[in-house]
Write a protein that binds this ligand. Structure first.
Ligand code: RRO
Length: 307
């Protein structure tokens, strides 16, 4: 059988299939065997203060996906550390803690406080939440650099930066993140979208727009991952966006992702990531690849060896 571990990955994951921030909550809400089958869990994003999130409705169906407007609901950093983190650290997988804040010193403070906890495998700075009033930091390279610099100074944990899939700003923002010391990029967050209730002619979500996720955004995520891999050959990349089957996971790896984040797919079917792990291993074995590393970035170097 092919070995699924991704050796070039800073986190040394057992499999490149990981749980993206959001739908998997803090991990312990899912069946333990499903968590054990993935390479890592990324927690729901945590902010300095608790947030109640946005009013209902928070999810609206779309062709090939859904719009979400959760609004960063989370218990706040102090309660997270006290009540949730011990259970996160007990999970049978690697754990990446997702964090967001309005100011670089606020996110730096949280990152610094997590530094003492050696069982954490990484932090992800979510600079791309689409569903709150604050500006989307991830579209502004200077701000991205400042957020990463202040956090980098306070931690040795592997640090990922989650950016929006904006085609004009993503590469400069990613360059700023990597130059400021980030180890990797998580690409992409959900994509701003709108649905209008055709019976009354008004937006279905209170904040008008929400974050589109699901298969509808797979081609967008693939394009951004491909561009990032071409621009930054050595950066770690977690490709996230619309993967719901093993073919999508293979595409994401071929585009240049070191790992594949599953978000929407978990909402649709919590057992999906475990199934993808097994199906990827079977696919690699059938195609005589020893590990996922053999296909990462294949689209940049002539594709697969097809007989
Ligand atoms: O909570 C949300 O509404 C949310 C977040 Br923080 C995010 O990063 N991406 C998203 O689609 N929703």
């Amino acid at each position: 059988m092919a070995a699924l571990s991704t050796r070039r990955f800073a986190l040394d994951l057992a499999t490149p299939i990981v749980l993206a921030s959001g739908p998997a909550g803090f991990g312990f809400e899912l069946d333990g065997s499903l968590v054990a089958a993935v390479g890592a869990l990324t927690t729901k994003t945590v902010t300095p203060e608790p947030r109640a999130g946005n009013p209902q409705p928070r999810l609206v169906d779309c062709p090939s996906g859904l719009l979400n407007s959760i609004g960063l609901e989370n218990p706040g950093f102090a309660a997270f550390v006290e009540e949730y983190l011990p259970r996160v650290l007990d999970l049978p997988t690697r754990r990446i803690i997702s964090l967001a804040a309005d100011r670089p010193d606020e996110i730096g403070r949280m990152v610094g406080l997590l530094e003492e906890i050696s069982e954490i495998d990484g932090v992800e700075l979510n600079l791309s939440c689409p569903n709150v009033d604050a500006v989307i930091i991830g579209t502004n390279p200077a701000l991205v650099g400042e957020f990463v610099r202040q956090s980098r100074a306070l931690t040795t944990h592997p640090m990922f930066v989650k950016l929006p899939g904006d085609s004009t700003t993503m590469i400069p923002a990613a360059a700023a993140a990597l130059n400021a010391g980030a180890d990797g990029l998580t690409l992409i967050n959900s994509v701003s979208g709108l649905r209008i209730d055709h019976r009354i002619g008004l937006p279905m979500l209170h904040r008008t727009t929400g974050g589109l996720c699901g298969p509808a955004i797979l081609p967008i995520a693939l394009a951004r991952v491909y561009e990032a891999r071409r621009a930054f050959p050595d950066a770690l990349i977690i490709g996230t966006g619309g993967v719901t089957d093993v073919e999508g996971a293979i595409e994401m790896l071929a585009a240049g992702a070191d790992a594949v984040g599953i978000g929407y797919g978990v909402m649709a079917d919590p057992s999906l990531p475990a199934r993808l792990t097994a199906e990827l291993e079977t696919w690699l074995t059938e195609h005589r690849y020893a590990s996922p590393a053999d296909i990462i970035g294949a689209a940049h170097r002539g594709g697969f060896d097809v007989p």
